[in-house]
Design a protein. Structure first.
Length: 402
C-alpha cells in the first residue's frame, strides 16, 4: 500500500492433501472440512495448547462468493502489483509465537498476503481491496499458482520464461538459487520470451475463464497488462504510484522474495516448498477468495462476516496495511471498526498493520534498517475503539515482535 495518499493443509495434529475439483460442476459446491486449530501460549510462549474442533461446512463456489461479497470498485493512486513494505516479514516470528492458526484470514493488497497465509494456515482467506484491479491481479496469481507445482515454475510463468526441464529437482532448492536461475533465464540473449509470453497469456485467459466470473474484454486486457509488467521488468519490478516519483526505499520483487523475518531467516511464502504448498493448496481448493471491498464500505466486510457465520469460522488475522491512515483522514475510521465488529472473531485474533514514519513519530515496533514498520495488535483492542488519534491507534497495546 502507498505510504502517502493473498501439497498439504494444516488441520490440527495431522495434515491432508486437498484434491482439486475436476470440473466446473464440481466447483459449484465444495465441502470444507476445516480443522480449526487455535493455539494458545503462556506468557513465555513456551507451552502451546491445541483447541481444535473438526467441522464440516458448506460454501458456494468461487465465482459466487466473489460476486456475492464484492462492492463497486473505487480508486487509489498505486498499482499495488507488489508491496512497498520491505519489512513485511518482521511480524512472522511473533505470529508463530502467538500460535494462532486456522480459522479465517482477511487482507488487502497483493501477494504479500500469501506469506501471512502460509504462517496462519487459515481454512479460508479473503483478499479485499477498494480497487477492482486488485481482484484482477489476484485472478492472474491464482491461475499461475494453480498451474505451477513448484516455486520455480510459478516464478518462471510470472516473469515469462520457460522453466527448467528438471523442475522436480528444484523443489527443495534454496530460494536464492531459484532467484538466480530466474534472473539468468530472463536476461539470457537466446531467450524466446516472446513466444513463451504469448502461450502463457492464452493459457492464463482460459484458466481464468474457467473460474466462472463475469469478466469483460477490458478486464482480460487489464490482467494481460499486469502479466506483461512482470514479464517486462522481471524480478526488478517495483511498486508504482501514479503522479508521484518512486521512493528510494521501494523494494523490488526480488528483494521481497528474498526478504527475511526479524531473526534474519528467509520467510516469504516462496522461501520454502512447504510455504508455497500451503498457498497453492488453498488456491486449488478455491479458498483464497479475492473480492472488491472498502474496509469502511457498506457491505463487503459485513458480507464476509455473514459468510464466516454460515461456515462457523472465526477471523484469526486481518492484514490492513496502512489503509487505516486514510480512513482516519477521511473520517470513516469508525465505519471500519463497525464493519470489523460484524465479523465473528477469535479472542486471540490479530491485526497486521503497516506504519510509515511520515505519518508521525518513530514507532515502538520499528526495526532498524526498515522504513515502514509492521505491527501486530489484538483485534479485540481495535474493536473497543475510543482512540484519541491515529498515533494512539497504531501504538496502543501492540504485541512485541520479539
Amino acid at each position: 500500500m502507498s505510504d502517502e495518499s493473498a501439497g498439504s493443509l494444516d488441520s490440527g495434529a495431522s495434515r491432508r492433501v486437498v484434491e482439486r475439483p475436476s470440473s466446473i460442476e464440481a466447483r459449484r459446491w465444495w465441502v470444507l472440512t476445516a480443522g480449526l486449530v487455535l493455539l494458545g501460549c503462556d506468557a513465555s510462549g513456551a507451552d502451546r495448547t491445541t483447541l481444535s474442533a473438526q467441522q464440516t461446512v458448506e460454501a458456494t463456489d468461487f465465482a459466487s462468493l466473489v460476486e456475492r461479497i464484492s462492492e463497486r470498485g473505487g480508486y487509489f493512486d498505486t498499482d499495488n502489483l507488489i508491496s512497498n513494505e520491505t519489512g513485511y516479514l518482521n511480524v512472522v516470528d511473533a505470529l508463530a509465537r502467538i500460535g494462532i492458526t486456522g480459522g479465517a484470514y482477511v487482507g488487502v493488497g497483493p501477494d504479500q498476503n500469501f506469506s501471512y497465509i502460509a504462517e496462519v494456515r487459515p481454512a479460508i482467506a479473503f483478499i479485499t481491496d477498494i480497487r477492482r484491479d486488485n481482484l484482477l491481479h489476484h485472478l492472474l496469481l491464482k491461475a499461475l499458482i494453480e498451474r505451477s507445482e513448484t516455486r520455480i515454475e510459478f516464478l518462471a510463468a510470472l516473469h515469462g520464461v520457460r522453466p527448467p526441464a528438471d523442475v522436480s529437482e528444484w523443489r527443495g532448492r534454496d530460494i536464492d538459487e531459484i532467484v538466480v536461475w530466474i534472473d539468468d533465464a530472463w536476461t539470457a540473449p537466446e531467450s524466446s520470451r516472446g513466444e513463451t509470453a504469448t502461450a502463457l497469456m492464452e493459457e492464463v485467459r482460459e484458466a481464468i475463464r474457467a473460474f466462472g466470473l463475469s469478466l469483460s474484454d477490458e478486464d482480460y486486457a487489464t490482467i494481460e497488462r499486469f502479466h506483461r509488467e512482470f514479464m517486462d521488468a522481471g524480478l526488478s519490478l517495483r511498486f508504482t504510484s501514479f503522479g508521484r516519483a518512486p521512493r528510494p526505499y521501494y523494494p523490488t520483487y526480488r528483494q521481497l522474495t528474498l526478504e527475511t523475518d526479524i531473526d534474519g531467516d528467509q520467510a516469504s511464502y516462496l522461501a520454502t516448498a512447504e510455504g508455497y504448498d500451503v498457498v497453492r493448496d488453498l488456491q486449488r481448493a478455491d479458498r483464497i477468495v479475492p473480492v472488491v471491498g472498502d474496509m469502511a464500505g457498506r457491505s463487503a466486510l459485513r458480507e464476509i462476516g455473514v459468510v464466516l457465520t454460515e461456515m462457523e469460522l472465526e477471523l484469526t488475522a486481518f492484514y490492513t496495511s496502512n489503509v487505516e491512515f486514510y480512513l482516519w483522514q477521511s473520517g470513516t475510521f469508525d465505519r471500519w471498526t463497525e464493519n470489523l465488529a460484524a465479523i465473528p472473531t477469535h479472542e486471540d485474533a490479530v491485526v497486521i498493520r503497516s506504519y510509515f514514519p511520515n505519518f508521525g513519530g518513530g514507532h515502538p515496533s520499528a526495526v532498524s534498517g526498515y522504513y515502514a514498520t509492521q505491527t501486530l495488535q489484538p483485534v479485540s483492542l481495535l474493536k473497543e475503539g475510543d482512540f484519541t488519534s491515529y498515533w494512539d491507534m497504531v501504538t496502543r497495546g501492540v504485541i512485541e515482535l520479539r
